[in-house]
Design a protein around this ligand. Structure first.
Ligand SMILES: N[C@@H](CCC(=O)N[C@@H](CS)C(=O)NCC(=O)O)C(=O)O
Length: 214
């Protein structure tokens, strides 16, 4: 059978999806390309995703899927035995959906501004000020999320879900982990636990070493 194809890159949002595929033991073919830094990587994915972004997934059927949160939820729901998402009738399901969409829309989406502040009409001379403002907003969003969660072993209870994978990866982006630890003291032990998950050690080392935080 044909493998699933992932357009992805080291130290990018595709890593959350690739981590889920790794935990689920689902093989995939990777088309590597740092879309935020390399126009040829953007061109390569454009035929499948006109947004020119990764992660972009091509299922063996040819169906295209974009949007990291949706991909993660879909993968988790289709493999319920792995318990990577609370089931639809689980009392934790609503908060799971709420925070998955929040990480995508309130936090991850802001990164689009950073490679070229002209994307929001700002002059290149304003780059540092714009990036700092984006990072301040992201730190606020982590703080807001942290204040409303009561994690136990993982963010939503005793099972590792794709929300844990998502927060672990997106918290490695700017404004980077030291600021995340400051903003989100309750979520910090959880991302460290996921960083050290024995099932993911080879994966993290190959795809997003912690010192490679971007
Ligand atoms: N809404 C998308 C955002 C994806 C995204 O921002 N991906 C970045 C890489 S981490 C990208 O491809 N950026 C290309 C660019 O900046 O033009 C998702 O959640 O998957």
């Amino acid at each position: 059978m044909t493998n699933l194809t992932v357009y992805g890159a080291q130290a990018s949002g595709s890593i959350a999806v690739e981590a889920a595929l790794t935990l689920l033991d689902i093989p995939y073919d990777l088309i590597e390309g740092a879309t935020w830094a390399d126009a040829s990587a953007r061109d390569r994915v454009a035929g499948s995703n006109p947004m020119r972004q990764i992660p972009t997934i091509i299922h063996p059927s040819g169906e295209i899927m974009t949007e990291s949160a949706a991909i993660l939820i879909d993968l988790a729901d289709r493999h319920p035995k792995a318990k990577l998402a609370p089931a639809i009738d689980d009392p934790k399901r609503r908060q799971f959906l709420r925070w998955m969409v929040y990480v995508s829309s309130a936090i991850y989406a802001l990164h689009w501004i950073k490679p070229d502040v002209g994307r929001i009409g700002a002059p290149a001379s304003a780059r540092d000020a714009v990036v700092n403002a984006v990072h301040d907003r992201i730190a606020f969003c982590w703080q807001n999320m942290d204040a409303q969660l009561t994690p136990s072993t993982y963010l939503l209870g005793d099972d590792l879900t794709v929300l844990d994978l998502y927060v672990t990866v997106v918290s490695r982006f700017g404004p980077w982990r030291p600021r995340f630890y400051e903003a989100a003291p309750k979520m910090s032990p959880i991302v460290r636990r996921v960083d050290h998950d024995p099932r993911l050690q080879g994966f993290w080392a190959a795809r997003f070493p912690l010192e490679q935080e971007t």
